[in-house]
Design a protein around this ligand. Structure first.
Ligand SMILES: *Cc1c(COP(=O)(O)O)cnc(C)c1O
Length: 353
């Protein structure tokens, strides 16, 4: 091995498979927006657009710069989900043929004299209490200014991953009853990945999927993690019962053990608090994190691995070890791992076998 480098391998064919799987769930009843905010959840916007453009009907992002970048790569719909915050930004959004979200009166005031609302998505608060008009406030605007207009009505679910969470029913009810009160040509959108998976009867006209595309949705094995985070083993040692490993001696050996060290640490984006016992994969066998993550290094219990050597790859997540595993083991979410990998990790775009 010449240079030690951790790698993040991104496989566009897995993104395509995940999208096809999600689209199959919606059975062409809704249009499919690929949510690619935050550099496509860390997968690189440019590569993702090139890989999936023929499969999707549009894209959702949060920052103007990202929206403009997509516009140079695709003619599909691009929704700037944070919306616009000044007249200049509004003009910029028009120049780039962007759709925009309107969350509140301030944003509405910037756009209210438009002759056309077709590229505007009015967001209403159905219970998330983060962004969006209160229902009554929106209805007033509707009566005054939007009654005969074409536009999109949107909302966002707070707990779509939890099928039995009562808040979903409440949010659907509020959204549905507002939908019934406004003109029927209004386009509607509430579903993210969790909604597509758990509430297929509530998909409306546009679904907005992020995490499922990247394979971070953890309740369906058909959706596969499209990123592989891996780092080579640089050292293997045997330790004795009661020896301690790493900073603060957090991990104490209960028996004689074999410990591998890999060059991936919190400066690469691995959270500091990764717990002992978190599974990783080496040569298709399971090892376990043992000892606190350092800036550049992590130590792995490989006592139960039959054969491995310095230079072998240690996978922290991959298509065979869902990112949701490391997330679940550490009370975090897949989104966090995907968007947290630092530039020091070498990004490689290729099909992984
Ligand atoms: C991020 C985001 C989504 C995508 O959600 P996933 O859970 O990743 O599918 C959808 N809609 C909005 C408004 C978002 O901000």
């Amino acid at each position: 091995m010449t240079t030690i480098n951790s790698e993040l391998i991104i496989d566009g064919s897995l993104l395509r498979e995940n999208i096809s799987y999600l689209k199959n769930k919606i059975q062409n009843k809704s249009k499919f927006m690929a949510v690619i905010k935050s550099d496509a959840y860390g997968h690189n916007i440019k590569k993702v657009v090139k890989d999936v453009d023929d499969l999707v009907d549009g894209y959702g992002v949060v920052r103007m710069e990202e929206a403009k970048k997509i516009r140079t790569l695709s003619n599909k719909k691009v929704l700037l989900m944070q919306g616009i915050y000044s007249k200049d930004e509004f003009l910029e959004s028009k120049k780039n043929d962007l759709d925009i979200v309107i969350h509140n009166y301030d944003q509405f005031n910037i756009v209210k004299d438009s002759d056309n609302f077709e590229n505007m998505w009015f967001k209403v608060n159905t219970g998330m209490n983060r962004l969006g008009f209160e229902i009554n406030d929106f209805f007033k605007i509707y009566e005054l200014s939007l009654k005969n207009k074409k536009f999109t009505l949107m909302s966002h679910l707070a707990a779509s991953n939890e099928k039995d969470e009562i808040s979903n029913r409440n949010q659907f009810e509020i959204f549905e009853s507002l939908s019934k009160k406004i003109n029927q040509s209004v386009i509607k959108s509430i579903a993210n990945t969790g909604c597509v998976m758990n509430f297929p009867d509530h998909l409306y006209d546009w679904v907005r999927c992020g995490i499922g595309i990247y394979g971070g949705y953890f309740k369906d094995e058909k959706i596969r993690t499209a990123m592989t985070l891996r780092s080579p083993i640089v050292n293997i040692r045997n330790i004795k019962k009661n020896d301690r490993v790493g900073y603060d001696g957090r991990a104490v050996a209960e028996k004689n053990m074999t410990i591998a060290t890999v060059y991936l640490g919190y400066a690469d984006g691995l959270p500091l608090n990764i717990k002992d016992g978190t599974p990783v994969m080496i040569n298709n066998q399971v090892g376990k994190v043992f000892g606190r993550v350092s800036m550049d290094l992590t130590t792995i219990d490989i006592s139960d691995i039959e054969s491995c050597a310095e230079g072998d790859w240690c996978n922290f997540f991959s298509k065979d070890l869902p990112v949701s595993e490391i997330a679940k083991s550490n009370d975090l979410i897949s989104y966090y791992f995907m968007t947290n990998i630092k530039s020091r990790v070498k990004k490689i775009y290729k099909r992984i076998d």
